[in-house]
Design a protein around this ligand. Structure first.
Ligand SMILES: CC(C)(COP(=O)(O)OP(=O)(O)OC[C@H]1O[C@@H](n2cnc3c(N)ncnc32)[C@H](O)[C@@H]1OP(=O)(O)O)[C@@H](O)C(=O)NCCC(=O)NCCS
Length: 178
């Protein structure tokens, strides 16, 4: 079975597996920030326990080979500033990423997504890297455009964004393939 790595290094950053000990940094740096969670699928964490629960779910998914998640460590910094992860669905992965506001606008999300996508499409078993994105999330759309993802369509009423509305919202679907 393919499909995970422990570390990926680029000049801009390192990706390494998330671990339980990351909970305080994740909670403090971004998981409790409503500006960060606006367009993602979970509400801001209200306590460190919620971040710990999240990391326990990450660990279980990895143990079952369903998905893997990584800390983003910018070059020259010891602490993580975000995370990127994916779920496996046969020949494709679905990706998601999040960055602390303190680190927006430095090219880090593009570097992280570029590294993960480059790794994925070099695996013989993987052919497609896919992501869903709220149509108003201009930052994330720009990141994917920069990484060579193409917009394939609009999925109507596809997903709930709990920080925007209780009603399911339309989602853009984007992918990069080989
Ligand atoms: C979206 C997000 C990941 C962008 O991270 P980032 O590291 O700041 O992005 P980058 O620096 O790699 O930017 C890549 C491009 O996007 C553009 N961009 C970034 N944020 C933008 C925004 N809010 N609006 C418009 N363009 C934006 C940058 O200008 C850059 O373009 P350029 O290279 O032509 O200058 C970050 O804002 C974030 O974590 N948001 C909250 C979580 C989230 O929405 N995750 C994605 C869910 S689909």
């Amino acid at each position: 079975m393919p499909t995970a790595f422990d570390h990926l290094h680029t000049p801009a950053l390192t990706l390494r597996r998330l671990r339980l000990a990351d909970a305080p940094t994740i909670f403090e740096r971004y998981a409790r920030d409503p500006a960060v969670t606006r367009y993602i699928s979970w509400p801001p964490h209200r306590s460190l326990a919620e971040t710990t629960d999240f990391l326990e779910r990450v660990g279980r998914a990895a143990a079952k080979g369903r998905g893997h998640a990584y800390a983003i460590l910018p070059a020259g910094e010891a602490a993580l500033c975000g995370a990127i992860g994916y779920d496996l669905h046969g020949p494709k992965i679905t990706v998601g990423y999040v960055l602390a506001r303190s680190h927006w606008g430095q090219g880090l999300a593009s570097a992280a997504l570029g590294a993960l996508t480059g790794w994925a499409l070099a695996q013989p078993e993987l052919w497609r890297v896919e992501a869903l994105c709220h149509p108003d999330n201009r930052g994330s759309l720009a990141v994917m455009g920069k990484c060579g993802f193409l917009q394939e369509g609009l999925l109507r009423r596809e997903a709930i964004f709990p920080n925007l509305s209780p009603e399911p919202q339309d989602c853009l679907i984007l992918a990069k393939t080989r």
